[in-house]
Design a protein around this ligand. Structure first.
Ligand code: HEM
Length: 335
């Protein structure tokens, strides 16, 4: 298996290139957000406060003619673009089980010509767990363990969810899906809408999903139990040693009237899908090191030719990610 480059990327360089975030707006305080993550999900020194259990990989992206038609971004030139990849299991716990019906993540950094970067953090569900940052922190607060029982108060959890039914959509999705057989056999959605700007300045809006070209594969309940809680990293290493793991980068195109500002509202079924290019994962870190460790993947770090939607959850991500990065680097970054 090819080894990864050992030099870590300069950790904070990408934060400085955060150009495309929508105009400043009042946000939930990012420190309070990360403090609440720690209070509810636990604090694990050195680890990401979300997506803690993961591993680095590298690969390349090759854009398609359709990608070039929709966007001027150099990502779609058709020449291979190097990508720094991180796969992870959802949640703050670095010991989260791989054999549960829970979230898997695909984080990407495209290193484009001229020092430009494009970062993404994609998840294995078409919806996020809240519509707004205020609703997200409200949900987390409702799950905060009661100091006496060390468990959330069921009445409080129910009252919040009854008043905010969107927070149940993601859990229902995971409950309806099998345990993913591999990081390489799961689709990963961007969840937010993004705009693709062509050479004439026209913007095409849509929501993307990375789909495994080998097909989606899940585990039956008995298979998942037999695999145990730690199989995903070894599985990915052995698959990629044999052949690259390949995903199509597909964009579902929005039509007039579709919601572009909601991470809990997928585009309607049947919207046309185009393939913007192909992602090939060609190397996986043999251990917990690698070029993704010092990176935080901020989904508003966008290249020229791709623009953010007005989804309030999208704008709210950069600041808490930077807070989490600062804390984990200060503690000695691990994964
Ligand atoms: C205000 C809302 C959100 C907050 C406060 C939040 C918080 C965080 C934090 C603190 C991290 C760890 C960052 C690091 O240490 O590098 C993280 C990682 C991640 N988040 Fe979020 N998040 C939010 C919304 C979302 C949404 C809407 C998605 C859906 C696509 C998402 C997907 C991810 C993924 C895929 C990762 C793992 C990235 C990696 O491997 O580094 N997050 N999030």
């Amino acid at each position: 298996m090819p080894r990864l480059p050992t030099a870590a990327l300069p950790a904070l360089a990408v934060v400085a290139s955060l150009a495309a975030a929508p105009a400043a707006q009042a946000q939930v305080d990012p420190t309070r957000m990360v403090d609440t993550f720690e209070a509810v999900n636990g604090k694990f020194d050195g680890f990401r406060r979300s997506g803690a259990k993961g591993l680095c990989a590298t690969g390349e992206f090759v854009g398609s003619a359709e990608g070039r038609r929709l966007s001027t971004s150099s990502a779609f030139s058709g020449r291979p673009v190097p990508v720094v990849v991180r796969f992870s299991v959802g949640g703050a716990n670095p010991n989260a089980p791989d054999n549960a019906r829970s979230q898997r993540n695909l984080a990407l950094q495209f290193d484009l010509p001229g020092g430009e970067t494009w970062q993404q953090g994609n998840i294995s569900a078409p919806v996020f767990g809240a519509a707004t940052p205020e609703q997200f922190i409200g949900r987390l607060e409702s799950l905060r363990p009661d100091p006496a029982t060390r468990a959330p108060d069921p009445a409080r959890v129910k009252a919040f969810a009854d008043a905010n039914p969107e927070v149940l959509l993601q859990g229902r999705w995971f409950a309806s899906q099998p345990v993913p057989a591999s990081f390489a056999t799961t689709p990963y959605w961007g969840v937010h809408a993004f705009g693709f700007v062509d050479a004439r300045g026209a913007t095409t809006w849509g929501k993307w999903v990375f789909e495994p070209v080998g097909g989606v594969q899940g585990l039956g309940d008995d298979e998942a139990k037999a695999k145990g809680p730690n199989f995903l990293a070894a599985d990915l290493r052995s698959r990629v040693a044999a052949a690259p793991a390949v995903f199509d980068f597909n964009l579902q195109l929005a039509e007039p009237g579709d919601r572009l500002d909601s991470a809990v509202t997928p585009l309607p079924e049947g919207r046309r899908k185009v393939t913007l290019g192909q992602l090939r994962i060609t190397a996986v870190s043999p251990d917990a090191s690698g070029p993704c460790v010092g990176v935080t993947y901020i989904p508003t770090v966008l290249p020229k030719g791709v623009v953010a939607s007005a989804d309030p959850m999208l704008a709210a991500r950069a600041a808490p990610y930077a807070v989490s990065l600062g804390r984990r680097l200060g503690e000695g970054a691990r994964q």
